[in-house]
Design a protein around this ligand. Structure first.
Ligand code: B12
Length: 282
């Protein structure tokens, strides 16, 4: 079952027309990375102290979303959709607003990510399992002002981290073997699968700033100074990503959500885990 589920996610990403610029035969996303975590992994409870008590475990997502139809999740399936090198390259030369390709990928690529979530729910349901996508469940909610800044009831990055797909960075984003420029998704299901290994020594080990106190290239890439050696100012970032940029280029690009991603391009972690002074992973 594990192999056919992986094959189905890969097939959908490769073949579905939603994963592509409508005006040319190019994809938004390269082949996915896929990982599994146990729905009862203690990490999901730890996230209530790391993120906040409002962050929900897979079981809570189900019981709060469908109280009259409760089932018990066994596995969280997470995926990474790496942004193509062509789109990444187009964003490298930008220094104020994202490239048109980046903004299009943020806008329509996320719609494809939603299609993939829905497709995998149907695929699992057709095989007799229960499934739901946390981001699409009634219990998913975003909070503007928590003790860790803007946050939500389900963090796709923390789920991907639990599934061994990467580690966090100075920008907060996840650095995977395919780099930091990607989008993430997940579904929870009562299908029991073997959890993936977490191969990294520390939760921020793939970021050169944390690994060896070097790099920091993302800091200079942020046009509004939202990044520093102390981390990521989410409010500044949000204001720029959700207000300033769409107001400036949204109409011209034909998108409502533009993203930004300058801190995810023209940086050593853009498309890979960066090589540092010492061989890594050891
Ligand atoms: C709210 C939100 C934002 C906010 C806040 C971002 C943030 N850091 O949380 C704002 C508006 C600023 C934002 C901006 C962007 N976002 Co956004 N956003 C989200 C959203 C909706 C929820 C995120 C959330 O709840 N996070 C929870 C908080 C608390 O996480 P955190 O503070 O980063 O977590 C830190 C701590 O937990 C800490 N930590 C401390 N102790 C411990 C202990 C342990 C054990 C662990 C594991 C961790 C840990 O480590 C983390 C990193 O520092 C998600 C979608 C989703 N449902 O996940 C997308 C999402 C995170 N965004 C995404 C993207 C791509 C972006 C942008 C690049 C925009 C763009 N598309 O071009 C920018 C810049 C990204 C950045 N630097 O963070 C992607 C991330 C992909 C990636 N590469 O990592 C997501 C997952 C959307 C998606 N489906 O792909 N975003």
């Amino acid at each position: 079952m594990e192999n056919s589920l992986i094959e189905e996610i890969c097939r959908f990403v490769c073949e579905d027309s939603g994963n592509g610029f409508s005006d040319r035969g190019e994809r938004y996303f390269d082949d996915p990375l896929i990982g599994f975590s146990s729905a009862t992994d203690p990490l999901f409870t730890e996230y209530k102290s790391v993120i906040g008590p409002f962050h929900l475990t897979p079981g809570e997502l189900v019981s709060l979303s469908t109280p009259n139809d409760v089932w018990v999740p066994a596995t969280v399936v997470s995926w990474v959709l790496p942004i193509t090198s062509k789109t990444r390259i187009s964003n490298r030369s930008e220094s104020v607003y994202p490239s048109q390709e980046w903004a299009t990928t943020r806008n329509f690529g996320e719609q494809f990510n939603t299609l993939l979530r829905r497709h995998m729910i149907t695929w699992l349901t057709d095989r007799g399992y229960r499934a739901a996508a946390p981001q699409l469940m009634p219990a998913w909610q975003e909070f503007r002002d928590t003790s860790v800044g803007i946050a939500s009831t389900w963090s796709e990055r923390h789920a991907a981290y639990a599934a061994g797909l990467g580690t966090f960075s100075l920008t907060d984003a996840l650095i995977t073997p395919q780099g930091i420029a990607h989008r993430l998704g997940s579904v929870i299901t009562n299908l029991k699968l073997e959890p993936s290994q977490r191969p990294y020594p520390e939760r921020r080990a793939n970021c050169l700033h944390y690994r060896e106190n070097s790099c920091g290239a993302c800091i200079a890439r942020c046009p509004v100074g939202a990044l520093s050696r102390d981390g990521h100012d989410k409010s500044l970032c949000r204001e720029y990503v959700y207000s300033t940029i769409p107001a400036a280029v949204g109409k011209r690009y034909g998108v409502t959500a533009s993203g930004c991603g300058l801190c995810q391009t023209r940086v050593p972690c853009e498309g890979t885990i960066p090589v540092g002074r010492k061989p890594y992973p050891a």
